[in-house]
Design a protein around this ligand. Sequence first.
Ligand code: SF4
Ligand code: SF4
Length: 383
Amino acid sequence: MDNVLEKTGMKKSFGKSLLYTLPMFLITFMFMTGGKPNFSDPASALAVLTVFLLVNVLYFFMHYTGKTDRYRAVLFIIFALSLSYTLIHNMLEVRKSMSFSQADILECKIPFCHLVIPMMILPAVFTKSIIFPGSIIGGFANISSMVVLWLIATIVLGRGFCSWGCFYGGWDDGFSRIRKKPVIKKISELWRWMPFAVLIMVALTSALALMPTYCSWICPFKAVTEFEQVTSVESATKAGIFLSLFGGLVIALPVMTRKRTQCSFLCPMGAVNTLANKITPFTVKIDKNSCNECFKCVEVCPLYALTPADIKAGKVSLFCSKCGKCVDACPKKAINYGIRGIPAGTMKNFSRNLFLFVSFLFMAIFSAGSIISTFHGLLKLIF
Ligand code: SF4
Ligand code: SF4
């Protein structure tokens, strides 16, 4: 721990870190318990207490050690795993299967996910129809609340959503950390434009076919959530595509490259969030006066968001997801969280603290429900 403390310029004393954690402590207590802890079901109370402590301990250590990514990643990965667990568990309980039938589609009984949003815009504007088979006002798939939450998170975090809010990003983030050194060292950064091509393709095909084509044909996360019943050559082909993309882009390539390849090369929501990076108040900034161009940050960036040319130009690219890995790795502390309009190298502590508070709170709000439900389910299995 001492080594960690020595290496970072953003660490705080124990007391100061506790003080910074206090607002998070109070807000998470309120939304996890409603202000009134309920001890009538011990398993449920223990699940809430565990998640409440987990969230606040991680946030405390972000301040105490000055490191961001390693504590962010713990919650982010648990979030992705627990969401899949909760979804699969619900599917099995309600339908006794992970697959859904045509009747489920007609009855709008499909869980809604934020990746559908870019596909819904054109059909909603031009045909006034919501092409996803979910309910707008409630039930299994509450589209309206999801769209509002996503919109707020996107405007505030931009592509930071991909490292702090996304339900699935923790999958390839987790696999990208398995090996210490990459087997594949170089993939052209031109591939990072691929999500824009996917976005244009799914927006147009969804508008023409009046169906969410990304969900129906491409989404790798169908492999760990829900998918159409295999009853024909078409549905078997879809299942094959989901499994291949999950195996290739979410498991194999992240392990071999140490990069988040599904998020970097496929996800259309990543493209939307990249554009949103143009308007968000928070950025990652390079202080050219401190940087010695060692390119350590380029090496560790999991999203191909930094190139040597970006470093020489003193500007992080729009692809940045604000994960903090480069901030943690920089030996000169030359790369840091910043606020638009404030020059790099000034108000570093204030900018980092404000960004951490906002982004971590988003992640805590998005993830708490599914993590509590997963712990609760596991506790009931054990006791
Ligand atoms: S790790 Fe730091 S010093 Fe090295 S190139 Fe990146 S910003 Fe500059
Ligand atoms: S530039 Fe830094 S903060 Fe942005 S995605 Fe890369 S490692 Fe994460």
